[in-house]
Design a protein around this ligand. Structure first.
Ligand SMILES: [Fe+2]
Ligand SMILES: [Fe+2]
Length: 256
């Protein structure tokens, strides 16, 4: 497949997946449309801090930290220096996201969170999402890695909506954290589209990619809905899956 055609396919896929990312924005926007107590904020913030750090057996962050440790000893042999740097960059960003949300949590509670406590904030829809990504990667390798990366951050919708809130110290600190994560997550998703353009070469690849991106995005929306206490009902989720939702223009920045 010619590169221009592949980019076209990547952009088409992005436009298709945008409905679920717009759905994530609707979930978060609905939650933030009422003034929330610090306690109400704490719940989703802890779930987000969990997602950034993944303090669980074989969580992504732990796996990459161990990969860096082992890779150091095989640098320039088994370990490629450019890939090593990419892993450091990824870890730096995700760990920074963790620090941003953990700091907001501690400012609200006035104490210091523990990773054991955070481990209790993995909700079932998040477990399902992680399992789905893992299963796809086991089955389809690089194409599935690209699909997973393609969906990373869900159009950065949580962070975009979060950076709009204000009016009290807790809201202001949430907005500052979200603003800081927003640009990174838009970059991650953009990188995911590029990765997909490289990984998919045949018609079958693109079909499979579309299937995986739709399934992951749908599950991401369910995860966000649970994270924010189910602001959207099943009927609305079904409508979004049919594309009955307005897609924000900001997703155009992700086109390749
Ligand atoms: Fe992140
Ligand atoms: Fe990310």
């Amino acid at each position: 497949m010619h590169i221009d055609e592949a980019r076209q396919r990547g952009n088409d896929l992005l436009r298709y997946a945008s409905r679920w990312w717009a759905g994530e924005a609707e979930v978060v926007h609905t939650f933030f449309s009422r003034t929330r107590t610090p306690g109400e904020h704490l719940r989703w913030l802890r779930m987000q801090a969990f997602k950034e750090l993944q303090p669980k057996p074989e969580g992504l962050i732990e796996r990459l930290v161990l990969q860096l440790k082992d890779g150091f000893y095989t640098l320039e042999e088994k370990t490629n220096r450019t890939e090593y740097l990419e892993t450091i960059d990824f870890l730096l960003e995700e760990f920074r996201h963790y620090v941003l949300f953990a700091d907001v949590i501690d400012a609200i509670t006035g104490s210091k969170l523990t990773t054991e406590e955070l481990a209790g904030y993995e909700v079932p829809e998040e477990t399902r999402l992680a399992a789905m990504r893992r299963d796809y990667i086991q089955k389809h390798g690089q194409l599935a890695r690209a699909a997973s990366s393609f969906c990373e951050g869900g159009g950065a919708s949580l962070f975009y909506e979060g950076m709009q809130i204000s009016g009290d110290p807790v809201s202001d600190s949430i907005a500052a954290a979200c603003r800081s994560v927003y640009e990174d997550e838009m970059d991650h998703a953009h990188h995911g589209v590029e990765m997909m353009v490289q990984a998919a070469s045949t018609e079958e690849d693109w079909k499979l990619a579309e299937e995986m991106v739709a399934a992951i995005s749908r599950q991401r929306l369910r995860m966000r809905n649970q994270q924010f206490g189910f602001p959207l009902g099943e009927a609305r989720l079904a409508e979004i899956a049919e594309g009955k939702i307005e897609v924000p223009a900001r997703f155009q920045a992700l086109l390749v």
